[in-house]
Design a protein around this ligand. Structure first.
Ligand SMILES: CC(C)(COP(=O)(O)OP(=O)(O)OC[C@H]1O[C@@H](n2cnc3c(N)ncnc32)[C@H](O)[C@@H]1OP(=O)(O)O)[C@@H](O)C(=O)NCCC(=O)NCCS
Length: 142
């Protein structure tokens, strides 16, 4: 597949309807487009990846800009996975939050991707999800 990748680090001209579409195709949780728009706008840094003019992936980091950061909504269209794009998204998010600790929760089964980048499983991580039973059933919590 020939690719003409472009990375964008702001939310200008994003077709927000395609965000939940990509999240759904990638197999992770999604909301109405407007909710994602607010979430990306309110994040510390964002990365959107295009192939020519088509949005094919993204990620965002929430942070205090000093020492703590959390990575969310890293997703790439299935046909673009395993080509090094996910790694580049994480790298760009980390470049924009230097000196920070990072936390995230991987989609079940995707932990090895983050372990390859250097993340380690947390021994004392706890989460309080809005939809507790659903997240437990999906394998996120004990
Ligand atoms: C998980 C995801 C973001 C990874 O992005 P990607 O572009 O496919 O990954 P990359 O090609 O950058 O892979 C980087 C490295 O991780 C490895 N890797 C990627 N996904 C992996 C997986 N599921 N299991 C094991 N290793 C994996 C790659 O083989 C590669 O290894 P290498 O550096 O030795 O060559 C992407 O597959 C995706 O969007 N998945 C669906 C949504 C999702 O689960 N998102 C994460 C939610 S937290």
């Amino acid at each position: 597949m020939r690719m003409k990748l472009r990375f964008q680090f702001d939310t200008r001209n994003i077709d927000w309807e395609s965000v939940p579409e990509i999240l759904e195709k990638a197999g992770i949780g999604f909301y109405p487009a407007e909710k994602h728009k607010h979430a990306f706008h309110n994040s510390h840094a964002v990365v959107f990846v295009f192939d020519s003019e088509h949005l094919i992936g993204f990620g965002r980091v929430m942070s205090d800009g000093e020492y703590q950061a959390a990575i969310y909504d890293v997703a790439i269209l299935p046909e673009y996975q395993q080509k090094g794009i996910g790694k580049q998204i994480i790298s760009h998010l980390m470049d924009r939050t230097p000196g920070c600790n990072y936390i995230l929760y991987a989609a079940p089964g995707k932990e090895p991707f983050y372990e390859k980048i250097g993340f380690r499983r947390m021994k004392t991580g706890l989460a309080l999800f809005v939809n507790r039973e659903h997240m437990q059933q999906r394998g996120f919590t004990e």
